[in-house]
Design a protein around this ligand. Sequence first.
Ligand code: ZN
Length: 151
Amino acid sequence: MSDLRDLYQDVILDHSKNPRNEGRPENPGHEAKGNNPLCGDKVTVYVAINDGVIEDIRFEARGCAISVASASMMSELAKGKSAEDVKAMFNDFHEAVTSKEPIAPEKIEKLDKLAALIGVREFPMRVKCATLPWHTMAAAIDDSTQQVTTE
Ligand code: ZN
């Protein structure tokens, strides 16, 4: 993957243009704000957790296509999963986009639609865009009151 255009595959464009689960729920329960000043991405993630399971997740995002698409995909993947499973998925995703090593095919398969974002590993600035919503969701789950920032 050598060209920035390769980042903007169909799935990323689709999610950035038509974000799933966007908006603010009436009773969020848990929420956190994230900021990536280098790119100008801002995201707020709302999570409703019941018995350790993420019953609902919504977000508001302003920023580049990568950050909005990542938030949208995250919301689809996290819904209905346990908070533990979602954090494990974030760990796998984080490793995939920050590691310099080739990624094993079975790991890529586990990432599901997030595999579309693996290309950001070639662009360190973009890694922050892709992981910002996830850091923010983790903060919401943990009820962290500090704003998440990539800097
Ligand atoms: Zn960005």
